[in-house]
Design a protein around this ligand. Structure first.
Ligand SMILES: *Cc1c(COP(=O)(O)O)cnc(C)c1O
Length: 224
């Protein structure tokens, strides 16, 4: 068994039955991805549209591709034909573009709204009230080619486990509130995308349904 597959299996053993693993393959080669693929793992995440488009074109068509990074409106059209889930939607403007491209492709595009939970202000995202504003907007309510499937967030990069736990917990509380208020008749609102290599165990304990793990599977990257 390849080392990559071994890492994936070890991680999967620690996940609860409600949590799926997205192998974050950014900066890694097609060969590395194919090692995981041949080991039976077919769910991958990329954070740059350009890299995602290229890999999708070169690799098997039964791979489930997740766009996990910040997405510019002008790039939506390139990923709309195939993307399984767009994780980091942080504006109504972007959501409108996703809806438009979804329509062109005759697809309902699944999205997560990104909540800002970290202390660092370099990370993108909305607060819970801003997310609610989007959900209440006339524009969103008329969208037919977008499905909001849950929320996504990134905790502060720190060794302080209590802080990380509090941030994930804040995300989960917002998720639970919104689900009760806006999605009681929409069971598709069910995903909480949280947890990376350094903090996924805490994220799972706090209710994550999608962990996004890169370096623990593929090794360190040269750049983010
Ligand atoms: C790179 C990245 C990850 C994975 O990070 P690792 O620390 O390598 O596990 C997860 N989520 C997002 C949005 C990323 O950009």
């Amino acid at each position: 068994m390849s080392q990559i597959t071994e890492q994936i299996q070890q991680i999967k053993e620690t996940l609860s039955e409600h949590t799926r693993l997205i192998a974050v393959s950014k900066t890694h080669t097609n060969e590395a991805i194919m090692e995981a693929y041949h080991g039976g793992h077919k769910v991958f995440g990329e954070n740059k549209a350009q890299e995602l488009i290229q890999k999708q074109a070169e690799l098997p068509t039964d791979i489930e591709w997740h766009m996990i990074g910040h997405l510019q409106s002008n790039k939506v059209k390139y990923i709309a034909p195939f993307v399984a889930l767009i994780h980091a939607v942080d504006s109504l403007k972007l959501l409108k573009m996703i809806n438009k491209e979804g329509k062109k492709n005759k697809r309902v595009l699944k999205c997560l709204l990104q909540m800002h939970i970290a202390q660092e202000d370099t990370k993108f995202g909305l607060n819970c009230a801003e997310i609610e504003e989007i959900l209440q907007s006339e524009a969103y309510q008329q969208m037919e080619n977008v499905e909001i499937a849950g929320l996504m967030g990134m905790a502060t990069y720190t060794d302080n486990e209590t802080q990380i736990r509090n941030e994930f917990s804040e995300l989960r509380q917002c998720f639970t509130q919104l689900r009760k208020k806006y999605f009681t008749d929409k069971p598709g609102f069910k995903e909480l995308s949280m947890g990376m290599s350094n903090d996924y165990q805490i994220a799972v304990e706090e209710g994550s349904t999608l962990v996004r793990i890169g370096s623990s599977i593929f090794g360190a990257r040269d750049y983010q």
